[in-house]
Design a protein around this ligand. Sequence first.
Ligand code: NAP
Length: 247
Amino acid sequence: MSLSGKTALVTGGSRGIGKAISKALAQAGANIIINYTSNKEAADKVVEEIEELGVKGLAVKANVADSNDVKGMMEEIEGHFDGVDILVNNAGITRDNLFMRMKDEEWQQVMDVNLNGIFFCTKAVIRRMMKQKYGKIINMSSVVGVMGNAGQANYCASKAGVIGLTKSLAKELAVKGINVNAIAPGFIDTDMTSVLTDNIKEELLSHIPLKRYGKPEDIANLVVFLSSENANYITGQVIHVDGGMAM
Ligand code: NAP
C-alpha cells in the first residue's frame, strides 16, 4: 500500500489518533501536513518523527473552525507542496454536559470544530482533487454518532452530521474519482478519553466484545488502507473500528 508521492493533510495531527494517522501515512510513503491549534511543540515533534522516515513533514497552526484560518493554512501548504491528495478530517473536541445543562457555547463550539471544520477544510482542497480526478477524504465520526450517548448531545449530533456529509459528498464526488469515507471509532485511548472516570471506563469496557480499549494505531491502519489504491472501490461508507461495540 505505497502512498509514495502523495501528500496528506491530517487535521488535529499533533496528538492522539491524528498523530498515529500521520505516522502511519508517512510510513506508507506520503508527505504529511500536521495541522494543530494550540500545541506547537507536540506538532513539531511529530514532524521530526515523520522526517526520520524519509518523507517531508510540515506543521501548520490553524483553527479548523475558522474559515480564514483554513484559507491561511492552504496558502502556507501551497508554498511547500503542490496540493493535498489525501485529507483526513480528524480534529475534534468534546464539551460534555447533560442536555438540560448544556450551554449555547458548548453546543456551538463542538459544531464549529467537528462539523464546520470538515466543511471548511474539504472546501479548501476539493478544487484541486476534482481537477486531478483523484482524491481521498476520510472523516472522523464516532460510534456515538450512530448510537447516541447521554451527556453528549452536541458531540453525537456533530458526529451524526459527519456521516450525512460524508455520504452526500461521496455521491457528488464519485464521478470525479474522489473517495469519501467516514470512520466511527469506539473508545480509543487518547487525551480525549483520559478525562473519563474509572467507573465510566469500566462500564464502557463491559460493552466491548473484544474486551479492550482501542489504540490510535487501530484507526491509523484503516486510514492507510482507505487512502490507498486498494480501497478505490469503497466510497460513502462508515466503517466502525470499535471492538464490536456497535453492532
Ligand atoms: P485528542 O487526543 O483530544 O486530540 C485532538 C487533536 O485535535 C489535537 O491534535 C488538537 O490539537 C486538534 N484540535 C482540536 N481542536 C482543533 C481545532 N479547532 N483546529 C485544529 N485542530 C484542533 O483527540 P483524539 O482522541 O485523538 O480524537 C481524534 C478524533 O477522533 C476526533 O474527531 C474525535 O472526536 C474522534 N474520536 C475519538 C474517539 C476516542 O475514543 N478518542 C472516539 C471516537 C471518535 P492541539 O493539541 O494543538 O489543540
